[in-house]
Design a protein around this ligand. Structure first.
Ligand code: ATP
Ligand code: MG
Length: 185
C-alpha cells in the first residue's frame, strides 16, 4: 500500500464525522526515543456497542449501504500489525469512540507520516461545524491546534474561505516542523 499515515488517519476521521461527532481529538506521538508513531482519534459521536466494536475492524463489516465492504478500520488494524504496532478500539454507545493505533518508526513497512496539515484541512472542509483538536508531540516538542480557538479569533469569518483553509494547512505543517526541530536540539 502506497498510502501515507495521514490518508489512513483521514479515513478514521471520516468515520467520526459519519458517527455525528461535534468534536474530534487527534493525538499523534512521534518518538525516535521509543521508535513509535502512536495516534489516537477520539470522538463524541454515536459510539458502538460491544458487539460492533468486536467486528468493526473486520473487512467485511460496514454499516454502509453503498459499498459492501468497510475498509477504514480493517486497513488501519492491518497496517499497525504489519508495522510492529498495536491497534485498539474503545467505544461507548451514545458517548463516543477512541481508535488507537501505532507503528514502529523504523519498521521497513511503515509509510511516511504524510501531509497532516493537508489532511486536517480536508477534514475541516468537509464540515466546518465540527471542531478539531490536533495534538502532535515529539520527544521534546509539542504543537496543539484547536479549531475552537481559531474560530474565536476569526470572529465569524468562515473556515471555508480558501485563504483560511490554506492558512490552517500551513499553520499545522509549520507547527509540526517546529515540534520536530525541537527534538533535534
Ligand atoms: N468513530 C466511529 N463511531 C461509530 N461507529 C464507527 C466509528 N468508526 C467506525 N464505526 C463503525 O464501524 C464500521 C466499519 O468502519 P470502516 O471505516 O472500517 O468501514 P466503513 O466506514 O463502513 O466503510 P469505508 O471506510 O470503506 O467507507 C462503520 O460502518 C461504522 O458502523
Ligand atoms: Mg470508514
Amino acid at each position: 500500500m502506497m498510502e501515507d499515515l495521514a490518508m489512513h488517519i483521514l479515513e478514521i476521521l471520516m468515520n467520526s464525522i459519519k458517527a455525528g461527532a461535534s468534536l474530534i481529538t487527534l493525538k499523534i506521538r512521534d518518538s525516535f526515543n521509543d521508535d513509535v508513531i502512536a495516534f489516537t482519534i477520539e470522538d463524541n459521536g454515536k459510539g458502538m456497542d460491544e458487539e460492533m466494536v468486536k467486528k468493526a475492524a473486520d473487512p467485511f463489516t460496514t454499516s454502509r449501504t453503498t459499498r459492501r465492504i468497510g475498509m477504514g478500520l480493517a486497513f488501519m488494524k492491518g497496517l499497525a500489525e504489519t508495522c510492529g504496532g498495536e491497534f485498539n478500539i474503545q467505544s461507548t454507545p451514545g458517548k463516543g469512540t477512541i481508535v488507537s493505533a501505532s507503528v514502529q518508526k523504523l519498521n521497513i513497512d511503515t509509510p511516511e507520516l504524510g501531509n497532516i496539515g493537508e489532511m486536517m484541512m480536508e477534514s475541516v472542509q468537509s464540515n466546518e461545524a465540527i471542531d478539531y483538536v490536533l495534538d502532535y508531540s515529539t520527544d521534546y516538542g509539542q504543537f496543539v491546534f484547536d479549531s475552537r480557538i481559531i474560530k474565536e479569533e476569526l470572529a465569524g469569518v468562515s473556515l471555508l474561505e480558501p485563504e483560511i483553509l490554506i492558512w490552517i494547512k500551513e499553520y499545522i505543517n509549520q507547527g509540526i516542523e517546529q515540534a520536530k526541530e525541537d527534538t533535534q536540539q
